[in-house]
Design a protein around this ligand. Structure first.
Ligand code: KL2
Length: 556
Protein backbone atom coordinates (compact mmCIF):
# COMPACT_ATOMS: atom_id res chain seq x y z
CA UNK A 1 0.00 0.00 0.00
CA UNK A 2 2.67 2.36 1.06
CA UNK A 3 4.60 1.63 -2.04
CA UNK A 4 1.54 2.36 -4.09
CA UNK A 5 1.17 5.67 -2.43
CA UNK A 6 4.76 6.37 -3.17
CA UNK A 7 4.35 5.61 -6.77
CA UNK A 8 1.35 7.85 -6.84
CA UNK A 9 3.34 10.52 -5.16
CA UNK A 10 6.20 10.14 -7.56
CA UNK A 11 3.85 10.09 -10.49
CA UNK A 12 2.14 13.14 -9.15
CA UNK A 13 5.41 14.95 -8.77
CA UNK A 14 6.53 13.77 -12.13
CA UNK A 15 3.44 15.33 -13.63
CA UNK A 16 3.94 18.39 -11.53
CA UNK A 17 7.50 18.60 -12.73
CA UNK A 18 6.42 18.21 -16.31
CA UNK A 19 3.81 20.86 -15.91
CA UNK A 20 6.50 23.07 -14.65
CA UNK A 21 8.51 22.37 -17.69
CA UNK A 22 5.60 23.38 -19.82
CA UNK A 23 4.49 26.43 -18.02
CA UNK A 24 7.56 28.02 -16.68
CA UNK A 25 9.81 28.46 -19.66
CA UNK A 26 11.28 31.92 -19.67
CA UNK A 27 10.45 34.09 -22.68
CA UNK A 28 7.72 31.63 -23.36
CA UNK A 29 4.38 32.16 -21.73
CA UNK A 30 2.30 29.05 -21.65
CA UNK A 31 0.15 30.13 -24.56
CA UNK A 32 2.83 31.84 -26.57
CA UNK A 33 3.61 30.86 -30.10
CA UNK A 34 7.00 29.47 -30.54
CA UNK A 35 8.76 28.31 -33.62
CA UNK A 36 11.85 26.53 -34.56
CA UNK A 37 12.89 27.11 -38.09
CA UNK A 38 15.29 24.75 -39.61
CA UNK A 39 16.70 25.42 -42.97
CA UNK A 40 17.98 22.13 -44.12
CA UNK A 41 19.67 23.53 -47.17
CA UNK A 42 21.56 26.15 -45.32
CA UNK A 43 21.95 23.88 -42.36
CA UNK A 44 21.08 26.80 -40.22
CA UNK A 45 18.39 27.15 -37.66
CA UNK A 46 16.74 29.81 -35.68
CA UNK A 47 14.56 29.82 -32.66
CA UNK A 48 11.91 32.44 -32.65
CA UNK A 49 9.27 33.61 -30.36
CA UNK A 50 6.03 35.04 -31.65
CA UNK A 51 7.44 38.50 -32.08
CA UNK A 52 10.40 37.45 -34.12
CA UNK A 53 8.37 35.09 -36.12
CA UNK A 54 5.85 37.70 -37.03
CA UNK A 55 8.72 39.81 -38.22
CA UNK A 56 10.13 37.19 -40.47
CA UNK A 57 6.67 36.30 -41.65
CA UNK A 58 5.90 39.86 -42.49
CA UNK A 59 9.04 39.98 -44.53
CA UNK A 60 7.52 37.02 -46.26
CA UNK A 61 10.82 35.34 -46.73
CA UNK A 62 10.55 32.88 -49.52
CA UNK A 63 11.60 29.41 -48.72
CA UNK A 64 11.16 29.93 -45.06
CA UNK A 65 9.04 27.70 -43.06
CA UNK A 66 6.02 29.54 -41.89
CA UNK A 67 3.81 27.43 -39.79
CA UNK A 68 3.27 28.25 -36.23
CA UNK A 69 1.97 26.07 -33.55
CA UNK A 70 0.41 27.92 -30.77
CA UNK A 71 0.34 26.27 -27.43
CA UNK A 72 -3.13 25.61 -26.22
CA UNK A 73 -4.28 27.36 -23.14
CA UNK A 74 -4.80 25.53 -19.90
CA UNK A 75 -8.44 24.74 -20.49
CA UNK A 76 -8.04 23.33 -23.96
CA UNK A 77 -7.58 19.85 -22.75
CA UNK A 78 -9.94 19.36 -19.92
CA UNK A 79 -7.61 20.96 -17.50
CA UNK A 80 -4.66 18.88 -18.54
CA UNK A 81 -1.56 20.84 -19.21
CA UNK A 82 -0.12 18.15 -21.40
CA UNK A 83 -1.72 18.93 -24.69
CA UNK A 84 -1.76 16.31 -27.37
CA UNK A 85 -1.82 17.56 -30.89
CA UNK A 86 -2.39 15.34 -33.83
CA UNK A 87 0.04 15.25 -36.64
CA UNK A 88 -2.35 16.95 -38.96
CA UNK A 89 -2.87 19.72 -36.51
CA UNK A 90 0.83 20.19 -36.64
CA UNK A 91 0.85 20.00 -40.40
CA UNK A 92 3.33 17.22 -40.59
CA UNK A 93 1.33 14.24 -41.69
CA UNK A 94 3.03 13.78 -45.04
CA UNK A 95 6.53 13.81 -43.98
CA UNK A 96 9.58 12.28 -45.46
CA UNK A 97 12.61 11.31 -43.56
CA UNK A 98 15.41 13.79 -43.47
CA UNK A 99 18.79 13.99 -41.89
CA UNK A 100 18.00 16.36 -39.18
CA UNK A 101 20.49 14.96 -36.82
CA UNK A 102 23.24 16.90 -38.49
CA UNK A 103 22.06 20.38 -37.76
CA UNK A 104 22.98 22.33 -34.77
CA UNK A 105 20.86 24.78 -32.93
CA UNK A 106 22.71 27.48 -31.12
CA UNK A 107 22.45 27.13 -27.40
CA UNK A 108 20.57 23.91 -27.62
CA UNK A 109 21.98 20.54 -26.88
CA UNK A 110 20.90 17.34 -28.46
CA UNK A 111 20.51 14.71 -25.86
CA UNK A 112 21.50 11.59 -27.72
CA UNK A 113 19.77 9.31 -25.30
CA UNK A 114 16.45 10.70 -26.28
CA UNK A 115 17.13 9.91 -29.88
CA UNK A 116 16.65 6.27 -29.08
CA UNK A 117 13.16 7.08 -27.92
CA UNK A 118 11.96 8.06 -31.37
CA UNK A 119 12.85 11.68 -31.76
CA UNK A 120 15.75 13.94 -31.11
CA UNK A 121 15.19 16.16 -28.19
CA UNK A 122 16.90 19.42 -27.95
CA UNK A 123 17.25 21.21 -24.74
CA UNK A 124 18.67 24.44 -23.58
CA UNK A 125 21.22 23.01 -21.25
CA UNK A 126 20.80 25.59 -18.56
CA UNK A 127 17.09 25.57 -18.76
CA UNK A 128 15.16 22.48 -17.71
CA UNK A 129 11.94 24.12 -18.66
CA UNK A 130 12.67 23.98 -22.28
CA UNK A 131 12.40 20.76 -24.15
CA UNK A 132 11.95 20.46 -27.86
CA UNK A 133 11.28 17.35 -29.76
CA UNK A 134 12.02 16.99 -33.42
CA UNK A 135 10.70 13.93 -34.99
CA UNK A 136 12.79 13.27 -37.96
CA UNK A 137 10.11 13.49 -40.63
CA UNK A 138 8.59 16.88 -40.72
CA UNK A 139 8.77 17.73 -44.43
CA UNK A 140 5.49 17.66 -46.35
CA UNK A 141 6.41 15.74 -49.49
CA UNK A 142 4.27 17.91 -51.74
CA UNK A 143 5.91 21.05 -50.66
CA UNK A 144 9.18 22.50 -51.78
CA UNK A 145 9.52 24.18 -48.49
CA UNK A 146 12.77 22.76 -47.35
CA UNK A 147 12.39 23.14 -43.69
CA UNK A 148 9.87 22.61 -41.03
CA UNK A 149 9.49 23.02 -37.40
CA UNK A 150 7.59 21.56 -34.67
CA UNK A 151 7.23 22.46 -31.12
CA UNK A 152 5.85 19.56 -29.27
CA UNK A 153 4.57 19.41 -25.80
CA UNK A 154 5.56 15.84 -25.56
CA UNK A 155 8.22 15.60 -22.98
CA UNK A 156 11.01 13.11 -23.18
CA UNK A 157 10.28 9.81 -21.56
CA UNK A 158 11.25 9.63 -17.91
CA UNK A 159 14.90 8.97 -17.57
CA UNK A 160 14.48 5.66 -15.93
CA UNK A 161 17.64 3.84 -16.65
CA UNK A 162 15.76 0.66 -16.05
CA UNK A 163 13.88 0.90 -19.31
CA UNK A 164 14.72 1.28 -22.96
CA UNK A 165 18.31 0.27 -22.83
CA UNK A 166 18.76 -3.45 -23.19
CA UNK A 167 20.08 -5.22 -20.16
CA UNK A 168 19.34 -2.36 -17.83
CA UNK A 169 16.12 -3.90 -16.65
CA UNK A 170 17.84 -5.54 -13.74
CA UNK A 171 19.13 -2.16 -12.67
CA UNK A 172 15.72 -1.01 -11.67
CA UNK A 173 15.70 0.95 -8.45
CA UNK A 174 12.66 0.41 -6.33
CA UNK A 175 11.27 2.10 -3.32
CA UNK A 176 11.63 -0.25 -0.43
CA UNK A 177 9.24 0.49 2.38
CA UNK A 178 10.57 -0.07 5.85
CA UNK A 179 8.17 1.10 8.47
CA UNK A 180 4.61 2.12 8.04
CA UNK A 181 3.93 5.56 9.35
CA UNK A 182 0.46 6.13 10.65
CA UNK A 183 -1.04 8.70 8.44
CA UNK A 184 -3.42 9.99 11.05
CA UNK A 185 -0.58 11.59 12.90
CA UNK A 186 -0.67 15.16 11.80
CA UNK A 187 2.05 15.78 14.31
CA UNK A 188 4.39 14.01 11.98
CA UNK A 189 6.45 15.61 9.32
CA UNK A 190 7.11 13.25 6.45
CA UNK A 191 9.84 14.31 4.09
CA UNK A 192 12.13 13.05 1.38
CA UNK A 193 15.86 13.55 1.51
CA UNK A 194 18.39 12.99 -1.24
CA UNK A 195 22.15 12.88 -1.04
CA UNK A 196 23.93 13.15 -4.35
CA UNK A 197 27.52 13.53 -5.42
CA UNK A 198 26.94 15.08 -8.82
CA UNK A 199 30.54 14.93 -10.07
CA UNK A 200 31.95 18.37 -10.73
CA UNK A 201 32.83 18.84 -14.38
CA UNK A 202 36.24 20.24 -13.47
CA UNK A 203 37.03 16.89 -11.87
CA UNK A 204 35.98 15.05 -15.03
CA UNK A 205 38.46 17.17 -16.90
CA UNK A 206 41.19 16.75 -14.30
CA UNK A 207 40.82 12.98 -14.20
CA UNK A 208 40.06 12.13 -17.80
CA UNK A 209 41.68 8.72 -17.53
CA UNK A 210 39.00 7.68 -15.07
CA UNK A 211 36.39 8.01 -17.78
CA UNK A 212 38.17 6.56 -20.78
CA UNK A 213 35.60 3.78 -21.07
CA UNK A 214 32.72 6.22 -20.98
CA UNK A 215 30.80 7.76 -23.82
CA UNK A 216 32.28 11.20 -24.41
CA UNK A 217 28.92 12.79 -25.05
CA UNK A 218 27.47 11.39 -21.87
CA UNK A 219 30.30 13.08 -20.01
CA UNK A 220 29.33 16.52 -21.22
CA UNK A 221 28.07 18.63 -18.42
CA UNK A 222 24.92 19.68 -20.29
CA UNK A 223 23.88 16.10 -20.84
CA UNK A 224 24.75 15.10 -17.30
CA UNK A 225 22.93 18.04 -15.80
CA UNK A 226 19.70 17.24 -17.61
CA UNK A 227 19.80 13.71 -16.31
CA UNK A 228 20.60 14.88 -12.80
CA UNK A 229 17.78 17.37 -12.99
CA UNK A 230 15.37 14.74 -14.21
CA UNK A 231 16.31 12.53 -11.31
CA UNK A 232 15.74 15.38 -8.87
CA UNK A 233 12.44 16.26 -10.48
CA UNK A 234 11.27 12.67 -10.27
CA UNK A 235 12.19 12.27 -6.62
CA UNK A 236 11.12 15.78 -5.70
CA UNK A 237 13.05 15.71 -2.43
CA UNK A 238 12.38 18.21 0.32
CA UNK A 239 16.06 18.30 1.11
CA UNK A 240 18.93 17.68 -1.27
CA UNK A 241 22.45 17.30 0.02
CA UNK A 242 24.86 17.75 -2.84
CA UNK A 243 28.55 17.08 -3.07
CA UNK A 244 30.75 18.33 -5.90
CA UNK A 245 28.59 21.26 -6.90
CA UNK A 246 30.83 23.33 -9.13
CA UNK A 247 30.66 26.95 -8.14
CA UNK A 248 30.69 28.16 -11.75
CA UNK A 249 27.60 26.03 -12.43
CA UNK A 250 25.41 27.57 -9.80
CA UNK A 251 24.16 30.59 -11.74
CA UNK A 252 23.22 28.78 -14.91
CA UNK A 253 22.26 25.35 -13.61
CA UNK A 254 21.68 24.78 -9.92
CA UNK A 255 19.86 28.07 -9.52
CA UNK A 256 17.07 26.59 -11.63
CA UNK A 257 16.16 24.57 -8.56
CA UNK A 258 15.54 27.81 -6.73
CA UNK A 259 13.86 29.64 -9.55
CA UNK A 260 11.58 26.90 -10.75
CA UNK A 261 11.38 24.09 -8.25
CA UNK A 262 10.86 25.97 -5.01
CA UNK A 263 14.19 25.39 -3.29
CA UNK A 264 16.46 27.61 -1.28
CA UNK A 265 20.07 26.72 -0.82
CA UNK A 266 23.28 26.91 1.13
CA UNK A 267 26.56 26.41 -0.69
CA UNK A 268 30.03 25.90 0.72
CA UNK A 269 32.96 25.69 -1.63
CA UNK A 270 35.95 23.60 -0.73
CA UNK A 271 38.91 25.65 0.45
CA UNK A 272 42.11 26.32 -1.49
CA UNK A 273 42.08 26.09 -5.26
CA UNK A 274 39.09 23.73 -5.44
CA UNK A 275 36.20 24.84 -7.58
CA UNK A 276 33.42 22.69 -6.13
CA UNK A 277 31.77 22.17 -2.80
CA UNK A 278 28.79 20.94 -0.84
CA UNK A 279 25.30 22.36 -0.97
CA UNK A 280 22.02 21.83 0.82
CA UNK A 281 18.86 22.67 -1.09
CA UNK A 282 15.58 22.64 0.80
CA UNK A 283 11.97 23.28 -0.13
CA UNK A 284 11.18 26.75 1.10
CA UNK A 285 7.48 25.97 1.41
CA UNK A 286 8.03 23.09 3.78
CA UNK A 287 11.11 24.05 5.74
CA UNK A 288 12.40 27.02 7.64
CA UNK A 289 16.14 27.29 7.92
CA UNK A 290 16.99 28.37 11.45
CA UNK A 291 20.75 28.33 11.53
CA UNK A 292 23.64 26.91 9.59
CA UNK A 293 27.37 26.55 9.73
CA UNK A 294 29.73 26.27 6.80
CA UNK A 295 32.50 24.04 8.05
CA UNK A 296 36.09 24.12 6.82
CA UNK A 297 38.18 21.21 8.03
CA UNK A 298 41.40 22.86 6.88
CA UNK A 299 43.98 23.57 9.59
CA UNK A 300 47.23 24.80 8.16
CA UNK A 301 49.66 23.37 10.67
CA UNK A 302 47.88 20.13 11.43
CA UNK A 303 48.96 17.43 8.97
CA UNK A 304 45.87 15.34 9.65
CA UNK A 305 43.59 18.28 8.86
CA UNK A 306 45.39 20.28 6.20
CA UNK A 307 43.02 19.30 3.40
CA UNK A 308 40.43 21.33 1.55
CA UNK A 309 37.29 19.39 2.44
CA UNK A 310 34.22 21.06 3.84
CA UNK A 311 30.78 20.42 5.28
CA UNK A 312 27.50 22.19 5.89
CA UNK A 313 25.52 21.73 9.09
CA UNK A 314 22.04 23.23 9.17
CA UNK A 315 19.09 23.29 11.52
CA UNK A 316 15.60 23.27 10.07
CA UNK A 317 12.10 23.44 11.41
CA UNK A 318 9.11 22.13 9.46
CA UNK A 319 6.65 24.86 8.52
CA UNK A 320 3.41 22.90 8.31
CA UNK A 321 3.66 20.68 11.39
CA UNK A 322 4.72 21.51 14.89
CA UNK A 323 7.53 19.09 15.45
CA UNK A 324 10.88 19.87 16.90
CA UNK A 325 13.68 21.15 14.77
CA UNK A 326 16.20 18.79 13.22
CA UNK A 327 19.72 18.99 11.96
CA UNK A 328 21.03 18.04 8.52
CA UNK A 329 24.72 17.82 7.77
CA UNK A 330 26.47 17.03 4.54
CA UNK A 331 30.12 16.58 3.70
CA UNK A 332 32.55 15.30 1.15
CA UNK A 333 35.59 13.82 2.85
CA UNK A 334 39.11 13.53 1.47
CA UNK A 335 39.52 11.12 -1.43
CA UNK A 336 43.11 9.90 -0.90
CA UNK A 337 42.56 6.18 -0.23
CA UNK A 338 45.66 5.98 1.94
CA UNK A 339 44.58 8.63 4.42
CA UNK A 340 41.78 7.18 6.49
CA UNK A 341 43.24 9.07 9.46
CA UNK A 342 42.48 12.38 7.73
CA UNK A 343 38.89 11.30 7.14
CA UNK A 344 38.52 10.25 10.76
CA UNK A 345 39.79 13.63 11.97
CA UNK A 346 37.39 15.32 9.53
CA UNK A 347 34.52 13.29 10.99
CA UNK A 348 35.60 14.26 14.49
CA UNK A 349 35.43 17.89 13.43
CA UNK A 350 32.08 17.41 11.72
CA UNK A 351 30.51 15.79 14.77
CA UNK A 352 31.80 18.59 16.98
CA UNK A 353 29.92 21.00 14.72
CA UNK A 354 26.80 18.83 14.83
CA UNK A 355 27.05 18.72 18.62
CA UNK A 356 27.00 22.50 18.58
CA UNK A 357 24.03 22.74 16.22
CA UNK A 358 21.87 19.97 17.70
CA UNK A 359 22.40 20.37 21.44
CA UNK A 360 19.25 20.88 23.50
CA UNK A 361 20.18 20.32 27.14
CA UNK A 362 22.05 18.00 29.48
CA UNK A 363 20.63 15.64 32.06
CA UNK A 364 21.78 15.33 35.65
CA UNK A 365 24.75 13.21 34.68
CA UNK A 366 25.85 15.70 32.14
CA UNK A 367 24.69 13.60 29.22
CA UNK A 368 23.50 15.81 26.41
CA UNK A 369 20.19 15.53 24.55
CA UNK A 370 20.07 16.44 20.94
CA UNK A 371 17.67 17.28 18.18
CA UNK A 372 17.27 14.54 15.56
CA UNK A 373 20.25 14.54 13.23
CA UNK A 374 20.80 13.38 9.66
CA UNK A 375 24.35 13.13 8.35
CA UNK A 376 24.85 12.60 4.65
CA UNK A 377 27.60 12.66 2.15
CA UNK A 378 30.44 11.09 0.30
CA UNK A 379 32.75 9.83 3.02
CA UNK A 380 35.16 8.15 0.59
CA UNK A 381 35.14 5.29 3.09
CA UNK A 382 33.65 1.84 2.67
CA UNK A 383 31.36 0.12 5.20
CA UNK A 384 34.32 -1.91 6.50
CA UNK A 385 36.40 1.18 7.24
CA UNK A 386 37.34 2.63 10.61
CA UNK A 387 35.42 5.78 9.75
CA UNK A 388 32.20 3.84 9.21
CA UNK A 389 32.76 1.83 12.37
CA UNK A 390 33.30 5.00 14.34
CA UNK A 391 30.17 6.73 13.08
CA UNK A 392 27.85 3.78 13.56
CA UNK A 393 29.28 2.36 16.79
CA UNK A 394 30.04 5.67 18.42
CA UNK A 395 33.49 4.54 19.50
CA UNK A 396 36.80 3.67 17.89
CA UNK A 397 39.98 2.61 19.56
CA UNK A 398 42.40 3.85 16.92
CA UNK A 399 45.70 3.79 18.76
CA UNK A 400 46.58 0.26 17.73
CA UNK A 401 45.43 0.64 14.17
CA UNK A 402 47.92 1.26 11.41
CA UNK A 403 48.87 4.84 10.90
CA UNK A 404 47.06 6.44 7.97
CA UNK A 405 45.04 3.43 6.81
CA UNK A 406 43.53 2.84 10.27
CA UNK A 407 43.38 -0.84 9.44
CA UNK A 408 44.77 -3.87 11.20
CA UNK A 409 47.86 -4.86 9.29
CA UNK A 410 50.76 -6.42 11.06
CA UNK A 411 54.21 -4.94 11.09
CA UNK A 412 53.12 -1.43 10.21
CA UNK A 413 53.59 1.69 12.28
CA UNK A 414 50.66 2.32 14.62
CA UNK A 415 48.69 5.52 15.03
CA UNK A 416 49.29 5.97 18.73
CA UNK A 417 47.29 8.14 21.06
CA UNK A 418 47.24 11.41 19.15
CA UNK A 419 44.92 11.89 16.21
CA UNK A 420 44.45 15.66 16.36
CA UNK A 421 46.53 17.94 18.60
CA UNK A 422 45.00 19.15 21.85
CA UNK A 423 45.54 22.71 20.69
CA UNK A 424 42.44 22.38 18.48
CA UNK A 425 40.36 21.89 21.62
CA UNK A 426 38.22 19.18 20.07
CA UNK A 427 37.63 16.52 22.68
CA UNK A 428 37.92 12.79 22.17
CA UNK A 429 34.13 12.78 22.48
CA UNK A 430 33.85 15.00 19.37
CA UNK A 431 32.82 18.13 21.20
CA UNK A 432 34.36 21.54 21.28
CA UNK A 433 35.88 22.00 24.74
CA UNK A 434 34.45 25.49 24.78
CA UNK A 435 30.90 24.19 24.32
CA UNK A 436 31.25 21.60 27.08
CA UNK A 437 32.65 24.19 29.45
CA UNK A 438 29.92 26.64 28.63
CA UNK A 439 27.22 24.02 29.19
CA UNK A 440 28.76 23.09 32.53
CA UNK A 441 28.92 26.70 33.54
CA UNK A 442 25.46 27.80 32.52
CA UNK A 443 23.63 24.73 33.72
CA UNK A 444 21.45 24.43 30.67
CA UNK A 445 20.10 21.21 32.00
CA UNK A 446 16.94 19.44 30.96
CA UNK A 447 15.20 20.32 34.22
CA UNK A 448 12.03 22.31 33.98
CA UNK A 449 13.14 25.30 35.96
CA UNK A 450 16.30 27.25 36.42
CA UNK A 451 16.37 26.17 40.05
CA UNK A 452 16.25 22.55 38.95
CA UNK A 453 19.07 23.16 36.61
CA UNK A 454 21.20 24.94 39.17
CA UNK A 455 21.02 21.87 41.39
CA UNK A 456 22.73 19.89 38.72
CA UNK A 457 26.39 19.77 39.36
CA UNK A 458 27.79 17.73 36.59
CA UNK A 459 31.11 18.42 35.10
CA UNK A 460 31.68 16.66 31.87
CA UNK A 461 35.30 15.84 31.54
CA UNK A 462 37.38 16.94 28.63
CA UNK A 463 39.52 14.19 27.17
CA UNK A 464 42.18 14.69 24.56
CA UNK A 465 44.53 12.28 22.78
CA UNK A 466 43.44 9.22 24.72
CA UNK A 467 43.79 6.89 21.75
CA UNK A 468 40.06 6.32 21.60
CA UNK A 469 37.49 8.46 19.85
CA UNK A 470 33.84 8.46 20.82
CA UNK A 471 30.81 10.59 20.03
CA UNK A 472 27.51 11.22 21.80
CA UNK A 473 25.16 10.29 18.94
CA UNK A 474 23.61 7.03 17.95
CA UNK A 475 23.74 6.90 14.18
CA UNK A 476 22.21 4.28 11.96
CA UNK A 477 22.76 3.98 8.26
CA UNK A 478 19.63 4.35 6.11
CA UNK A 479 21.04 1.76 3.70
CA UNK A 480 22.16 -1.77 4.52
CA UNK A 481 25.05 -1.86 2.04
CA UNK A 482 24.27 -5.54 1.42
CA UNK A 483 21.33 -7.05 -0.37
CA UNK A 484 20.73 -10.55 -1.79
CA UNK A 485 24.19 -11.62 -0.59
CA UNK A 486 25.62 -8.88 -2.70
CA UNK A 487 27.22 -5.50 -2.07
CA UNK A 488 25.43 -2.29 -2.95
CA UNK A 489 27.43 0.18 -4.99
CA UNK A 490 27.25 3.94 -4.95
CA UNK A 491 30.28 4.57 -7.16
CA UNK A 492 32.88 2.72 -9.18
CA UNK A 493 36.54 2.82 -8.20
CA UNK A 494 38.15 -0.23 -9.82
CA UNK A 495 35.08 -2.02 -8.46
CA UNK A 496 31.63 -1.04 -7.29
CA UNK A 497 31.80 0.24 -3.74
CA UNK A 498 29.73 2.18 -1.25
CA UNK A 499 31.16 5.50 -0.13
CA UNK A 500 27.97 7.58 0.09
CA UNK A 501 25.76 7.46 3.14
CA UNK A 502 22.75 8.77 4.93
CA UNK A 503 23.01 8.33 8.69
CA UNK A 504 20.27 9.30 11.04
CA UNK A 505 20.14 9.51 14.79
CA UNK A 506 18.02 7.29 16.93
CA UNK A 507 17.61 6.80 20.65
CA UNK A 508 20.72 6.33 22.70
CA UNK A 509 22.27 2.93 22.85
CA UNK A 510 20.83 0.94 25.70
CA UNK A 511 17.92 3.31 26.11
CA UNK A 512 14.88 1.18 25.46
CA UNK A 513 12.35 3.66 26.81
CA UNK A 514 12.78 6.57 24.44
CA UNK A 515 11.06 6.57 21.06
CA UNK A 516 13.00 7.39 17.95
CA UNK A 517 12.07 10.85 16.83
CA UNK A 518 13.21 10.17 13.33
CA UNK A 519 11.84 7.13 11.54
CA UNK A 520 13.07 5.78 8.27
CA UNK A 521 9.98 5.09 6.21
CA UNK A 522 11.48 3.99 2.96
CA UNK A 523 14.51 4.13 0.76
CA UNK A 524 15.17 4.12 -2.93
CA UNK A 525 17.17 0.95 -3.31
CA UNK A 526 20.71 1.09 -4.51
CA UNK A 527 21.79 -1.40 -7.15
CA UNK A 528 24.14 -4.19 -6.17
CA UNK A 529 27.46 -5.16 -7.66
CA UNK A 530 25.99 -8.10 -9.58
CA UNK A 531 23.22 -5.97 -10.99
CA UNK A 532 25.69 -3.35 -12.08
CA UNK A 533 28.13 -5.69 -13.77
CA UNK A 534 29.88 -3.80 -16.52
CA UNK A 535 27.60 -0.80 -16.42
CA UNK A 536 29.48 2.46 -16.08
CA UNK A 537 28.19 5.81 -14.96
CA UNK A 538 27.80 8.59 -15.98
CA UNK A 539 25.92 7.37 -19.03
CA UNK A 540 23.00 8.72 -21.01
CA UNK A 541 20.63 8.03 -18.21
CA UNK A 542 22.64 8.66 -15.10
CA UNK A 543 24.33 11.99 -14.80
CA UNK A 544 26.99 11.30 -12.21
CA UNK A 545 29.64 8.79 -11.27
CA UNK A 546 27.71 8.24 -8.05
CA UNK A 547 24.21 6.99 -7.46
CA UNK A 548 21.89 9.24 -5.57
CA UNK A 549 20.64 8.11 -2.19
CA UNK A 550 16.99 8.90 -1.58
CA UNK A 551 15.06 8.16 1.60
CA UNK A 552 11.87 9.16 3.28
CA UNK A 553 11.74 10.04 6.96
CA UNK A 554 8.98 10.79 9.34
CA UNK A 555 9.78 13.21 12.13
CA UNK A 556 7.77 13.41 15.29
O1 KL2 B 1 35.48 9.50 -4.49
V1 KL2 B 1 34.94 10.98 -5.35
O2 KL2 B 1 36.21 11.16 -6.62
O3 KL2 B 1 33.50 11.54 -4.50
O4 KL2 B 1 33.87 10.16 -6.62
O5 KL2 B 1 35.90 12.36 -4.44
C1 KL2 B 1 37.04 12.72 -5.08
C2 KL2 B 1 37.37 11.74 -6.16
C3 KL2 B 1 36.91 14.02 -5.83
C4 KL2 B 1 37.27 15.21 -5.03
O6 KL2 B 1 38.59 15.17 -4.62
O7 KL2 B 1 37.74 13.91 -6.95
C5 KL2 B 1 38.01 12.55 -7.22
N1 KL2 B 1 41.77 9.41 -8.54
C6 KL2 B 1 40.46 9.28 -8.66
N2 KL2 B 1 39.58 10.20 -8.26
C7 KL2 B 1 40.07 11.29 -7.71
C8 KL2 B 1 41.43 11.50 -7.53
C9 KL2 B 1 42.31 10.49 -7.98
N3 KL2 B 1 43.62 10.60 -7.87
N4 KL2 B 1 41.60 12.67 -6.92
C10 KL2 B 1 40.38 13.20 -6.74
N5 KL2 B 1 39.44 12.37 -7.22
Amino acid sequence: MLLNNFHKLILFHQIQFQLLLLTAAPNLKSNATFQIICNLQKRSTAIMDRKNFTKSESKNQKGRCSRSVSSPSRTDHGGSLVPQRTKSQLGIDNCADTNWQTFSIPNLVANPYFDAAGGTYFQQPWNPNFFLNFNRCPIPSSSNVNHQYRRTHTLPPPLNYNTDVKGDKKLERRWESLSSHNKGGNKKFVFTLMSYNVLAQDLVQNHEYLYREHNKQALQWEVRWLNILKEIGDANPDIICFQEVQESHITNYFSVLEKKLGYKSIFKKRTGIRTDGCAIFYKRKRLQLMEYEKVEYFQENVPVLNRDNVAIVARFIPKEVHTQAFVVATTHLLYNPKRQDVRLAQVQNLIAEIDKMAFICSNKNGEPSYLPVIVTGDLNSTPDSAVYEFITKGILDYQNLCKRSLSKESGKELTGKVLVPESLQMTDNCQYAEMVKRRNEFHNGCGNSREDNLKISYIQDLKFSSGTLSHPFSFKSAYNHYRNNDIEGTTYQDRWITVDYIFYSGRKRGDSTAEDKLKLISRFQLPTKNQLGRIRIPNFKLGSDHFSLIVKFSLE
